[in-house]
Design a protein around this ligand. Structure first.
Ligand SMILES: C[S@@+](CC[C@H](N)C(=O)[O-])C[C@H]1O[C@@H](n2cnc3c(N)ncnc32)[C@H](O)[C@@H]1O
Length: 402
């Protein structure tokens, strides 16, 4: 069966944030197109009727999704032979496929636990079906793992009562949390896609509010925040498979910022002085240092428990006049850093954070924390609570209003 949908996949529970982000981006894109309501598969996948302009914006700019792909064909088959038999005719007359005389491609396999063969076998059959379908269209297709022109994706998808094997094209250059700019990880880095979700959940308005990450580690959250404020691309069109796909002919070859001229005011702090170098390196690699950011994106060494509004104003003089702000923070959990989640020092730290943030009347905070003791120790009632997972550690986004 032919499909024609743009698929955005995120981490568990990311649907609403992914949807809101795509709308915001498309509204500011060079295209005059409205984003239709998506179909949802579970709580981490959105499916939009395929539109190349919306797909272009998603692939270049979308920060909260983990993968962006274009579904081309699907089959109910869970075994190799029937899948091959379904795919070849579905793809043979498909003029959405690359049409140049030669194509180098690879196939990745996504989640396929309910397919009745190994991921390697599934990949092999999808490869063979693509080679045969392209050959019948006069295209010589060669497998190229290192630098393919196009990456196809095969996965099991759908709702529990209507599972299918779906084949599509990866538009977003693989796992999107790999932004390609982090030069130094810090002790327990947050995934970039989760950091972007956290900032979206804080409803930060970069034009009127400052953003403070008081436990910034390698500055993942500040970097994502600056990217969201500017609408900066995470992928440039030239790195994507667009030039091999007829649907994208004529679309822009550059992806400039969608919110140019927005000056975000961001304070990136950590108690550990040794991390200052990582923050500077990561900000520089992300293009967020230099005269344009002087006084706007500021790094400092500070214990979160001693934070005061005066300190923030002193560190961010360029933000004078901005009445409130948001804390976006990913406190230590005590798990990955080798400790114990009920450790007294950690609980004291959470309590001290809660006391410090209460000094910021009118501010909001969103935390991502994978420690069930945080909520109680922090001492405030969350207005938002949303389960999520970082690097296999189950945790939650917690949102507060002070
Ligand atoms: C989970 S890590 C944050 C990782 C960060 N989000 C990133 O992606 O790199 C927690 C950070 O809290 C910092 N930290 C611990 N105690 C602190 C305190 N009292 N004040 C400020 N920062 C603290 C640690 O040094 C560590 O960098």
């Amino acid at each position: 069966m032919k499909c024609h949908e743009l698929r955005l996949t995120g981490s568990g529970g990311a649907n609403r944030v992914m949807e809101a982000e795509l709308k915001r981006l498309v509204m500011r894109s060079p295209f005059h197109v409205r984003v239709p309501n998506p179909r949802r598969e579970g709580d981490a996948t959105l499916l939009y009727p395929f539109d190349p302009q919306i797909a272009w914006v998603a692939a270049c700019h979308h920060r909260t999704s983990s993968r962006v792909s274009w579904d081309l064909a699907s089959s109910p088959a869970t075994r190799l032979e029937p899948l091959f038999a379904d795919l070849v005719p579905a793809l043979r007359d498909d003029d959405r496929l690359p049409s140049s005389p030669q194509v180098r491609f690879s196939v990745e396999v996504g989640s396929a636990h309910d397919f009745e063969a190994s991921p390697l076998q599934l990949r092999g059959v999808v490869k063979n079906a693509i080679v045969e379908a392209l050959a019948s269209r006069g295209v010589a297709a060669a497998i190229e793992a290192a630098e393919p022109d196009v990456v196809f994706v095969a996965r099991r998808a759908g709702t529990p009562d209507a599972r299918r094997t779906v084949v599509g094209i990866d538009l977003g250059l693989g796992a999107r949390h790999k932004r390609g700019t982090r030069v130094s990880g810090g002790p327990a880095p947050l995934r970039e896609t989760l950091a972007a979700q956290l900032v979206m959940l804080s409803r930060w308005d970069a034009r009127s509010e400052v953003l403070v990450d008081p436990m910034a580690g390698g500055a993942t959250i500040p970097i994502e925040a600056a990217g969201l404020a500017a609408g900066a691309a995470v992928r440039q069109p030239g790195a994507l498979p667009f030039r091999h796909l007829p649907a994208f002919a004529g679309l822009p070859i550059d992806a400039p910022d969608l919110f140019p001229g927005t000056t975000a005011h961001i304070l990136s702090l950590d108690i550990d002085e040794a991390l200052i170098g990582s923050m500077v390196g990561n900000l520089r690699a992300a293009g967020l240092t230099g005269p344009a950011y002087d006084g706007a994106i500021v790094i400092g060494q500070k214990d979160v428990r001693t934070l005061t509004p005066d300190y923030v104003t002193r560190m961010l003089p360029a933000a004078r006049g901005m009445a409130t702000g948001v804390f976006c923070v990913n406190p230590p959990y005590g798990v990955r850093l080798g400790g114990d989640t009920a450790n007294d020092r950690l609980l004291d730290l959470y309590e001290g954070m809660g006391r410090a943030m209460a000094r910021f009347t009118g501010w909001r905070a969103v935390c991502f924390v994978a420690n069930p003791r945080f909520e109680e120790a922090f001492g405030h009632v969350p207005a938002l609570k949303k389960p999520a997972t970082n690097a296999d550690l189950p945790g939650a986004f917690l949102g507060y209003q002070f």
